[in-house]
Design a protein. Structure first.
Lengths: 301, 411
């Protein structure tokens, strides 16, 4: 079966078999769920600055814009409103994310540019979650085949690579955040290194998709590494919750001030995004490197 | 599957992890080598908020020896035994740091302080036994007889609460009983957050309380050769030298702490100034302290680090003569008061007649000043702020006494 036919068949099928729809749902769920994360994270700061409410309000408002957009597309096949509302949410998320990084660094790092101030400042990479999700929404509209109902294989491959690229940026963010967050308590428990090690390998494994020709077998290897990374995230959630149960204050206070329980869930979340990309990209790649190519690539003896 | 891709991914992954290890290793041990997670987090997390809210607090701490030695906010602010625990942004802390916290590391110093007149005796001088437990009173009485088992000062009744709270208590709270069962506050001398030995050795620190007409030690020190030299040369002194290493090379000019507390040139350091004080100079009639001989030997040992024995002995001999003459003048004044009370010419509550104040000023201001001046090299305070006003007040007392007797006789 030709790849283009395969894609068209997918796109004609139920939405749960459609990667574009999955990406929409992924963005909707994550942008909405970020409200909880922001509520916890900024309550540590007692929402001292009014600007801290902006991402919270945005996340609360997101389903009211994005859900109608998705329904307009899936239910009424209205591409215009799907795109328009999506672009509004997407670009707003991009701006909020970039502004957030500046505000987070301003918390201390701009006054005292040291490793210590970076460790103890607000997590400066965190707001980029908005930027990433915003870019995904924009990507879904700019590269999606729905505008002409005839998606080309090249277009879908580009879509998949962009999705994996943005997911990879998130995986690198996981590495930076797990390093910076656990530096708060100086890796007091050696188990904390697991998140750093796992996110480092996951990031570099996915990175290879972009720096050299890879095969479907390599993507399966990627999926296995991603699976381990997701498991590490779930383990992190369990350990963070246990730390909060045993923490110095009440459970709710510990959630705010001691260990962010939701943070490790970013691991499986980003894994699922990467898998969406891999799902679409896989059919475009060869199963393995052909023996002839291998021979050609081998140095002359 | 391309092994090359896997290989490069693994190499780069390792590179990232090693970089992370190296970055973590580059952090100061004070931030990472702590006994528990809360202490690790406190090493930087507290400053994250407080540097914006109370910059001075963080800055003072950063200048401290505590900071240099890796003692962080939570080390001092974690609740000690019997202290109220407060939830504070994921930390269990006490907002009110007392010697109960300091003693975790400085127990010997706290015990010395407890024996001193800075502790319960200081508080009892204003409020009597109020707030002190019977155990605290009896402990203080062992070392400072009559210092803690006493009634409140008459001024508590006469002047009232606000004057006491904003006045006397500001200094005498150095011996205030705390809710956790400890006494006093180390920060009275060492200040908060910078917790400085240097500040405690500054004459002006002692001078916060040891000043004014009733205990004018700082004024006397300023007049003395010690004070003159300190003002001229304090820039060359190394006031922050640790006690165990302090010599006359670092402090070639003495401050209050040098003579009364410091362990200069290997001498024993103490937080009980009574160990070097041989007379009760603050009393109306000055008597020898129970540890007179030992205390005088201790103080002379300190004097001898800079002076010759003949000079030290001469200063002591002259000062003790001033004590005797001052005692005699106060006794004469006391006799006038006793006579007035006996005859009924002076009656009513304390401080209800002019002569009450004149007599009180005579011993409480002029008598004390004369004696302190004699021991501390303050000639002007022995003479013009001491003996001269005592003579003047004796004349005034005699006149007032005669008037009171005349009035009493006419009744």
């Amino acid at each position: 079966m030709a790849l283009a036919d395969l894609l068209q068949q997918r796109l004609r099928g139920a939405y749960w078999r459609d990667p574009v729809a999955w990406l929409e749902i992924y963005c909707l769920a994550n942008l909405t769920f970020l409200a909880v994360d922001i509520l916890i994270a900024h309550s540590v700061n007692d929402f001292r600055r009014p600007q801290e409410y902006i991402p919270l309000l945005f996340s609360v408002a997101t389903p009211f814009l994005l859900l109608p957009a998705i329904l307009a597309w899936l239910r009424f096949h209205n591409i215009f409103w799907w795109k328009a509302l999506g672009y509004v949410v997407g670009w707003t998320a991009v701006i909020i994310g970039i502004t957030g990084v500046i505000f987070h660094l301003d918390s201390r790092f701009f006054y005292e540019r040291t490793l210590k101030s970076l460790v103890y400042a607000a997590p400066f990479v965190a707001p980029l979650a908005y930027t990433g999700l915003g870019l995904l929404l924009i990507l879904n509209r700019m590269l999606d085949a729905r505008s002409d109902n005839h998606p080309s294989a090249a277009r879908m491959q580009e879509w998949a690579r962009w999705v994996i690229f943005l997911a990879m940026a998130g995986l690198f963010g996981n590495f930076v955040l797990s390093l910076a967050d656990h530096s708060d308590n100086a890796f007091f428990n050696p188990v904390e290194w697991i998140a750093v090690i796992s996110s480092a390998f996951t990031f570099t494994t996915v990175l290879m998709i972009f720096v050299m020709p890879v095969t479907r077998r390599y993507l399966r290897f990627c999926a296995a590494v991603l699976g381990i990374d997701a498991a590490v995230g779930v383990l992190g959630f369990v350990l963070h919750t246990r730390a909060n149960l045993e923490g110095p204050s009440t459970f709710l206070n510990n959630i705010r001030y001691v260990t962010p329980p939701i943070a490790p869930l970013l691991f499986p979340t980003l894994v699922s995004l990467t898998l969406i990309g891999i799902w679409v990209l896989a059919p475009f790649l060869p199963e393995s490197v052909s023996p002839r190519k291998r021979r050609t690539a081998a140095p002359a003896e | 599957m391309s092994f090359r891709a896997v290989f490069i991914a693994v190499v780069l992954g390792f590179a990232l992890i090693i970089a992370a290890f190296l970055i973590n290793r580059a952090r100061p041990a004070a931030e990472t080598q702590q006994p528990n997670v809360s202490l690790v987090r406190a090493s930087g997390k507290c400053a994250e908020c407080h540097v914006r809210q109370q910059y001075s607090v963080v800055h003072e701490y950063e200048m401290s020896r505590h900071a240099a030695r890796g003692v962080n906010c939570l080390d001092c602010h974690q609740p000690a035994d019997k202290q109220e625990r407060k939830d504070h942004h994921g930390f269990a802390i006490t907002a009110h740091v007392t010697p109960g916290n300091c003693r975790a590391c400085h127990e010997r110093i706290y015990q010395e302080f407890l024996r001193s007149r800075h502790a319960a005796t200081s508080w009892a001088a204003v409020y009597g036994e109020k707030g002190l437990t019977p155990e605290q009173v009896s402990f203080a009485e062992q070392y400072q007889p009559g210092g803690a088992k006493r009634p409140p000062h008459p001024f508590v009744q006469i002047e009232g609460g606000p004057a006491m709270t904003s006045g006397c208590e500001q200094c005498h709270s150095i011996g205030k009983p705390n809710e956790d069962g400890t006494i006093g506050n180390c920060t009275a001398c060492h200040t908060r957050h910078v917790s400085s030995v240097e500040v405690a050795r500054e004459p002006r620190t002692c001078g916060q309380c040891h000043m004014g007409p009733d205990h004018s030690q700082i004024e006397i020190y300023e007049e003395s050769k010690h004070g003159v030299l300190f003002n001229a040369q304090h820039g060359a002194l190394k006031l922050n030298t640790p006690s165990a290493q302090l010599t006359t090379r670092e402090m070639f000019v003495p401050t209050c702490a040098t003579c009364h507390m410091s362990g200069i040139n290997g001498q024993k350091v103490t937080h009980d100034p009574s160990e070097r004080l041989s007379w009760y100079l603050a009393n109306a009639i000055t008597e020898k302290r129970p540890n007179y001989q030992q205390a005088q030997t201790n103080m002379k040992q300190v004097c001898l680090q800079c002076h010759t024995a003949p000079l030290v002995n001469r200063v002591y001999a002259q000062a003790e003569q001033v004590v005797q003459t001052t005692n005699q003048r106060v006794r004469d004044a006391q006799a006038i008061m006793d006579d007035l009370k006996k005859s009924g010419a002076l009656s009513g509550p304390p401080f209800s007649h002019d002569i009450d104040f004149v007599y009180f000023d005579l011993w409480h201001y002029d008598g004390r000043t004369s004696k302190h001046g004699a021991f501390m090299g303050g000639a002007d305070f022995v003479q013009w702020h001491g003996n001269y006003p005592m003579i003047q007040k004796m004349v005034e007392m005699k006149s007032l006494a005669a008037e009171l007797k005349r009035q009493h006789g006419s009744r």
